[in-house]
Design a protein around this ligand. Structure first.
Ligand SMILES: Cc1cc2nc3c(=O)[nH]c(=O)nc-3n(C[C@H](O)[C@H](O)[C@H](O)COP(=O)(O)O)c2cc1C
Length: 442
């Protein structure tokens, strides 16, 4: 059964990670023709026209980013694939590379050629050691077949690809921290501008793209922008892989056209909630975006609709929280992650994540003060837009969004001096296997 129309079309084919099976399904078929018939600028124009937007979180238009690489520089240029995938709730890049590494290699060949890079790196999070081995094997196969190396597919274009394992730090997914880490320095963000497209790896022009972004490129360049636009919406074309976690019947990765309603993803594709559970909130784009309350489940999953609903598509990590989840507790958990992962370089993020975690802990313990909700909001507001890199925003936005949608739950913690949901946790745990929906009441 196909799990998606594009990147996931053949994903479960046995042996797809090997060159022979990948080629048997049409892989690398259009590569030589694209390289022969389309100039690098043509390729950038097609990707621009396709409307492909970065799948790493920010949604920046890919073709436009590529066009920022200076053409008249004597410096070498680099392509870096961001396979750090550290955003909690996100696990799509892992499956994509594990099962279809040659699609990434083909995408990197085309992207590198478009920007004029002869060297590419894939930066993988430290825990992805086994994925690195799969990718290294595929790179060796592609090199032996003349698809990488001094004469890519018989052309005069050279490309060498290398993998690099990080050491398991969330900040190293931020593109400039990633570049510092790749250079052997401590993974901390750099000031922007200059942006990596102008001054990136070793101070040379560098394009950093997410795994899923790069995997969309072969299809676009082989079939054209209009073909790609058959999926998705006008401003958010294409498909997106959503990583769904939480108490749905079938959690996992789903590739669907952008613009699909969240309720369709959860009910039709994930089979709805497991027996005894009800949706309370959904965090639609990885832990760094504001949650959506259950009343907004019909929101379309595309960049614009989610922004209009006060949240973001982010990385597509869809975290479902059920009605036995205490929002304050969930937020405390998320905030502890950001406190731990803050690189410490800037004060708002280093201090702010610490204080948010402190206040959330005392609220959850029933020791909250009357002024705590306002204090929490104020600390988050003092991080948002004021930190050195967007990690601070990632920590502040869920807090502010949760207060906006679930203020009465925060107030309950202060006025009743206890957690409403956790008080009944044992009782609710007993309901876990009950067939009827469990209602959480005060
Ligand atoms: C704290 C932080 C962590 C990030 N982690 C990742 C990550 O794991 N993978 C990723 O592709 N992008 C991540 N990003 C986004 C990257 O900085 C960058 O925007 C992205 O790799 C660009 O690729 P794209 O244009 O293809 O989306 C992160 C950003 C921040 C601020």
């Amino acid at each position: 059964m196909s799990r998606g129309p594009l990147l996931f079309k053949d994903i479960d084919t046995p042996g797809l990670a090997g060159l022979e099976v990948y080629r048997g399904l049409g892989g690398y078929e259009a590569l030589a023709e694209v390289l022969a018939k389309k100039s690098p600028d043509d390729c950038i124009e097609v990707v621009k026209a396709s409307g492909l937007r970065g799948r790493g979180g920010a949604g920046f238009p890919t073709g436009l980013k590529w066009s920022f690489v200076p053409k008249d520089t004597p410096k070498p240029k680099y392509l870096v694939c961001n396979a750090d995938e550290s955003e909690p709730g996100t696990f799509k890049d892992r499956e994509l590379i594990e099962k279809n590494p040659h699609l990434l290699i083909e995408g990197m060949i085309l992207a590198a050629r478009a920007i004029g890079a002869n060297v590419g790196y894939v930066y993988l999070r430290g825990e992805f050691a086994w994925i690195q081995r799969i990718l290294d094997r595929a790179i060796a196969e592609a090199t032996a077949a003349g698809l990488l190396g001094p004469s890519v597919a018989g052309t005069d274009f050279r490309l060498d690809l290398y993998t690099h394992l990080g050491a398991g730090a969330y900040i190293c997914g931020e593109e400039t921290a990633l570049l510092s880490s790749l250079e052997g320095y401590r993974g901390q963000p750099r000031l922007k501008p200059p942006f990596p497209a102008v001054e990136g790896l070793y101070r040379c022009p560098t394009i950093v793209n997410n795994v899923e972004t790069l995997m969309n490129v072969p299809g676009i360049l082989a079939n054209g922008a209009a073909w790609y636009r058959q999926w998705g919406t006008e401003k958010s074309p294409g498909t997106k892989i959503f990583s769904v976690s939480g108490p749905v019947k079938r959690p996992g990765n789903y590739e669907l056209p952008l613009g699909v309603p969240l309720s369709t993803l959860l009910n039709e594709h994930c089979g709805g909630m497991r027996d005894g559970f009800r949706v309370k909130a959904v965090i639609p784009g990885g832990s760094s975006v504001p949650p959506l309350p259950a009343s907004l489940l019909d929101t379309a999953l595309d960049f614009e609709s989610l922004n209009a609903a006060g949240t973001y598509l982010g990385s597509g990590g869809v975290i479902v929280l059920d009605d036995r989840t205490c929002i304050v507790d969930a937020l405390w958990n998320i905030t502890r992650f950001y406190r731990h992962e803050s690189c410490g370089k800037c004060t708002p993020c280093r201090e702010g994540t610490y204080w948010m975690a402190e206040v959330l802990e005392r609220l959850e313990r029933g020791e909250g003060r009357d002024s705590d909700i306002a204090l929490l909001d104020e600390v988050a507001d003092n991080i948002l837009g004021k930190s050195f890199c967007p990690l601070g925003d990632a920590a502040a936005m869920p807090v502010m969004g949760a207060i906006r949608h679930f203020r009465e739950e925060f107030e309950y913690h202060v006025t009743h001096r206890r957690c409403r949901v956790n008080r009944r946790r044992e009782e609710l745990d007993a309901l876990r296997s009950a067939p009827a929906a469990a209602e959480v009441t005060a």
